[in-house]
Write a protein that binds this ligand. Structure first.
Ligand code: ZN
Length: 326
């Protein structure tokens, strides 16, 4: 599992419980599963260790020690078994801004953000640590409210994150600070905290001495984000219900076929692979389709067309498009 020494080989060496235990306590949300970096076929990957594996190993002080010594590079999960988190983290990759603005607001809220892993051109990570675990959904709502108010770059990542099925923080993980990044280009650099000397002792002393934040300020902001999220959900469901009803009705309501190639002038459409691409009039009515390419009309038969609505949702029905054209 390890490049270099395994924790078992390390067992003879004494680890410094007083320094490593607070570090583990701060970052580890769950002990049964974690990941580590490995280079496989020249590609950096995170291999997950989980119950049921052969020689399954739980998170331990030995592993933390191996990580800090550079013998392995750990990545840890953002939530515990109940999808609650002891920390949250913003991640600004190369060319992504916003950490300074977020830090400013967090400090005004009386919180204590900690920066780590900055390299030239890259702002790195910013962590908050809490006195007690917070449900990942609340942290996500907290971030989305900040994102909204500060108009943040959408590329500024935040963990725990929701996966595409809406499970909050289920597979979110962060590379544990003070480890050696094995990615090529990162030149085996270590994730160091800003505000302390770069030697391991100073770094550990610094992070171990940082206060934990109260959860209430975060929860209060999260409530605002949650209200917006719920409102959007209600609107989305209402819109989908309306669409379904419209489709259902249309199925039984006969209507004249319309040849859109006769309705939409040739200079307002572009031919691409047998389809005319143009602005969808139904989308345009609601202020959408800014790039003007939602409606696809079959080049051989202008009565056969479809609104893709950004390829995201089902698009407009035939009847809606015909009505918008009239
Ligand atoms: Zn449309």
């Amino acid at each position: 599992m390890f490049q270099g020494k395994t924790p078992l080989e390390n067992k003879g060496e004494k680890y410094r419980l007083d320094i490593l235990l607070p570090f583990l306590d701060r970052f580890i949300n769950r002990f049964d599963t974690w990941s580590h970096q490995a280079i496989i076929k020249n590609k950096l990957q995170y291999l997950r260790v989980k119950p049921g594996d052969d020689n399954h190993e739980v998170m331990s002080l030995e592993l933390i020690q191996a990580h800090i010594a550079g013998d392995t590079t750990l990545s840890v999960y953002a939530t515990d078994e109940f999808y609650c988190s002891k920390w949250c983290c913003w991640d600004a990759d190369e060319g992504v801004t916003g950490l300074d603005e977020v830090e400013d607001v967090l400090r005004k809220m009386g919180l204590n953000p900690i920066r780590e892993g900055a390299r030239p051109g890259r702002d790195g990570h910013m962590w908050l640590f809490f006195r007690e675990p917070i449900p990942a959904q609340e942290l996500i709502d907290f971030n989305s409210e900040l994102r909204d108010v500060l108009q943040l770059d959408s590329r500024l990542e935040f963990y725990p994150a929701a996966d595409k099925n809406g499970y909050c923080g289920r597979f979110s993980q962060m590379r544990l600070p003070l480890g050696t990044h094995r990615k090529s280009g990162a030149e085996m650099c270590r994730g160091l905290f800003a505000g302390a000397e770069s030697d391991t002792d100073s770094q550990l002393e610094f992070i171990n001495s940082q206060p934990f934040d109260a959860v209430m300020p975060v929860k209060r902001i999260a409530r605002l984000g949650a209200a917006k999220r719920k409102k959007l959900e209600v609107e989305r469901i209402a819109e989908e219900t309306r669409r379904q009803a419209e489709r259902q009705r249309q199925r039984y309501e006969p209507f004249e076929k319309v040849d859109l190639l006769k309705v939409i002038p040739p200079n307002e459409r572009k031919l691409r692979k047998g389809w005319w691409i143009t602005r969808c009039p139904a989308c345009a009515e609601s202020g959408h389709d800014s790039s003007g390419d939602n409606l696809h009309i079959n080049a051989d038969d202008g009565t056969f067309f479809k609104c893709w609505e950004g390829h995201v949702s089902g698009g407009h029905t035939t009847l809606e498009i015909i009505r918008a054209c009239a």
